[in-house]
Design a protein around this ligand. Structure first.
Ligand code: ADP
Length: 284
């Protein structure tokens, strides 16, 4: 299938506010969405009546305990799962299938094609889309390889790269398609703490350059506050929206501030009540 590659309204390099034709209307609307898995013996309700609206250029974090339906919600935005109730709209159009306007990055390191080099992995979806000449695709791939600081490794195969480098390739591959929305499913969860921190910083630097709309699933309270401009807190299974919190003012520069700490405690209390666990929402 030939997918349109570029969308007229999104152009990396331009701050979101200066993109022509954008307004305060949401780019993504998730309205009263219930998602279920049906097996021959049971029905599992993953999310129940979830409503989230996302504006262009926002970094929206989906935060909640394991099993509350974060990944399922992301897959539904990706067009891999259809709601049993409610609807999901991108630029006012219902999401009915996956498309290049919504590219996904996963947690797993094996999401790259092992028989292709870094450059070939990034080129592959560009070539399949059929919208660019081979020299344009090559130029685009190299530009995004540079953005994730992997120019020296462009001819390396995935098995020779560290976990963090593989995730950079996956991010570059998704961004090279210049999607309307970047969907990230716990992309740094399998990394060691130091690499995770560096990747979070790099992602924010990259976002500063391209200002893409991002939906990011995490079960780390700290990651949500640091990386997000807004955090949607979901309740335990089945996931419902418990709160939407503005995180715009927080970042690495003020993570030791009392305000940062207050927000962390507030979210912790929402997720765990008085039970005192803090940091990740894994076992609530
Ligand atoms: P989270 O990302 O918040 O950890 P998930 O979206 O992965 O949660 O899962 C939400 C619920 O749906 C869980 O109860 C999980 O067991 C269930 N679930 C996930 N995938 C499937 C599947 N393929 N078949 C049946 N149930 C599933």
């Amino acid at each position: 299938m030939a997918w349109p590659l570029r969308n007229a309204a999104f152009s990396p390099g331009l701050p979101a506010k200066s993109v022509p034709g954008t307004s305060s209307s949401p780019i993504l609307e998730i309205v009263d969405v219930t998602l279920q898995y049906k097996t021959p013996v049971s029905v599992v309700t993953a999310t129940l009546g979830v409503t989230v609206r996302v504006r262009r250029g926002e970094r929206t974090m989906l935060l909640g305990p394991s099993g509350c339906g974060k990944s399922t919600l992301l897959k539904a935005v990706g067009g891999f799962i259809r709601p049993v109730a409610g609807h999901i709209l991108v630029r006012g159009q219902p999401v009915v299938r996956p498309g290049p306007d919504r590219m996904m990055v996963f947690q797993e390191f094996d999401q790259l094609l092992p028989w292709k080099t870094v450059k070939q992995n990034i080129l592959f979806p560009l070539q399949i889309s059929g919208q660019l000449t081979s020299s344009e695709a090559e130029e685009r791939a190299l530009a995004y390889i540079e953005k994730v600081n992997l120019t020296k490794f462009r001819d390396a195969y995935p098995h020779t790269l560290s976990g963090g480098m593989k995730q950079r390739v996956a991010i570059a591959r998704a961004l090279a398609m210049e999607p309307e929305i970047l969907l990230m499913d716990e992309p740094f969860a399998a990394l060691d703490a130091l690499t995770r921190r560096r990747m979070q910083e790099e992602l924010l630097e990259l976002w500063d350059q391209i200002r893409c709309t991002m939906i990011f699933v995490t079960h780390s309270i700290e990651e949500a506050i640091l990386v997000g401009s807004r955090t949607v807190v979901l309740s335990p299974h089945p996931g419902r929206v418990r709160a939407e919190l503005n995180c715009r003012q927080f970042g690495f520069h003020n993570q030791d501030s009392p305000e940062f700490s207050d927000l962390r405690h507030r979210i912790n209390a929402m997720l765990f009540g008085g039970r005192g666990r803090e940091g990740t929402a894994t076992n609530a």
